[in-house]
Design a protein around this ligand. Structure first.
Ligand code: AMP
Length: 135
């Protein structure tokens, strides 16, 4: 069965997308630890990050770098934290999380709630920053 992320890739379920290439997609985590918590994924469905072929793995890391650079421009944070967990969704992904301290990466904390309008506004902000980055 296709993963929930493959369903997002196929357009079968919605997501707040922030960046897309032929091989990769970035969208907001629906249960975020911070405003602008982003997931970057390869469109190709592989469960574990370290099982990706080298080309997809390095492409994903470069894509994550581009997205994180845009995020840093528009989200109030000291750093973009990077982590890989993968215990919930069996489709390789990297979490990019705007952080001000190490506790902001604590996945046992209650997740934040945002309205659809707030999620959309955050996604638009990151997209705009990425357009500037590209230009
Ligand atoms: P993990 O597999 O442990 O890295 O966690 C998967 C992450 O995906 C969690 O942070 C979820 O909130 C997030 N997630 C699950 N379903 C969706 C979805 N439909 N859209 C956006 N994020 C999701």
């Amino acid at each position: 069965m296709a993963s929930i992320f493959s369903k997002i890739v196929a357009g079968e379920i919605p997501a707040y997308k922030v960046a897309e290439t032929t091989g990769f997609l970035a969208f907001l985590d629906i249960n975020p630890l911070a405003e602008g918590h982003v997931l970057v994924i390869p469109k190709k469905e592989v469960d574990e990050l370290f099982d990706l072929d080298d080309e997809t793995y390095t492409g994903l890391q470069i894509f994550a770098k581009i997205v994180a650079t845009g995020m840093k421009k528009v989200l109030p944070c000291k750093r973009i934290g990077v982590t890989v967990i993968g215990l919930e969704v069996p489709h390789a992904h990297i979490h990019l999380i705007p952080i001000n301290g190490v506790n902001d990466m604590n996945f046992t904390k209650p997740k934040l709630k945002f309205t659809p309008e707030e999620f959309s506004a955050t996604a638009e902000k990151i997209k705009a920053a990425l357009r500037t980055t590209e230009g």
